[in-house]
Design a protein around this ligand. Structure first.
Ligand code: GLP
Length: 241
């Protein structure tokens, strides 16, 4: 594990963007695994600004997002489709057909998840996977469980996740109770994982994830087993490490 300590969110976003930029410059048809949430907004802003300066070209990049809420249409402002369009895709030269996000409107979640894994495999797996951290230790929407789920799957969100993510919605009742998420298999097979964590609220869970027992009760703890994990985190999140 390589640990990059930054003074604040802005520096975390810049340093993480440097790593994504290096990946795309070195391999123009990189397969990127993308994440959502407030953690990633600064990183995407940095990528957009480098694209505008002419330093980055996304024309051959392929992407797979980690997750999507079940039942939300791509045009719904709370959907991760919408998040990705407004924070990144609409502002860079990525081809829409090269971007992949689980279809939250599917009537067949299991089939959707199977196909998602097959698509990832057909492009040779993920080169660089971005990850944020949920307050309960989830990565993507892999919630605490009895086992690590290898395949992409449909998940019932934990109450704590629903509550944490309700800040993005008008009412807590609007937060979907289910989501589709990439499983641990595709995440752990990524050649490099870029794990970004910031803020005081994540201090204790980050310590458990990086140094506690490896257990599906703390899903992110599986990252300790990844051979090429880069953690970029700010002082607040690292204050116990
Ligand atoms: C969400 C997403 C995760 C994200 C996490 C942290 O539930 N499904 O992919 O990493 O929660 O979110 P935030 O960055 O807003 O703290």
């Amino acid at each position: 594990m390589r640990l990059i300590r930054t003074k604040d969110y802005k520096e975390m976003s810049r340093k993480a963007a440097n790593i994504v930029a290096a990946q795309v410059i070195q391999k123009e048809d990189s397969v990127l695994g993308l994440a959502t949430g407030s953690t990633m907004i600064g990183l995407y802003e940095e990528l957009v600004s480098r694209y505008r300066q002419g330093d980055l070209d996304f024309s051959k990049v392929r992407t797979f997002n980690l997750d999507e809420y079940l039942g939300l249409h791509p045009d719904n402002p709370y959907s991760y489709h919408y998040y990705m369009k407004t924070n990144l895709f609409d502002h860079v030269n990525i081809a829409p057909e090269n971007t992949h996000i689980p279809n939250g409107m599917t009537d067949h979640p299991d089939e959707e998840c199977r196909n998602y894994d097959l698509q990832i495999e057909s492009l040779g797996g993920i080169d660089l996977q971005l990850l944020g951290l949920g307050l309960d230790g989830h990565i993507g929407f892999n919630e605490p469980d009895d086992v690590f789920r290898k395949e992409s799957h449909c998940v019932r969100l934990d109450e704590s996740t629903i509550q944490a993510n309700s800040r993005f919605f008008d009412h807590e009742n609007d937060v979907p109770r289910h989501a589709l998420t990439m499983g641990m298999g595709a995440i752990m097979k990524a050649k490099t994982i870029l794990f970004c964590v910031n803020g005081k609220a994540k201090t204790s869970i980050l310590k458990q994830v990086l140094y506690g027992p490896i257990t599906p009760r703390v899903p992110g703890s599986i990252l300790q087993l990844h051979p090429n994990l880069i953690v970029v985190a700010d002082e607040e999140a690292l204050s116990e490490i």
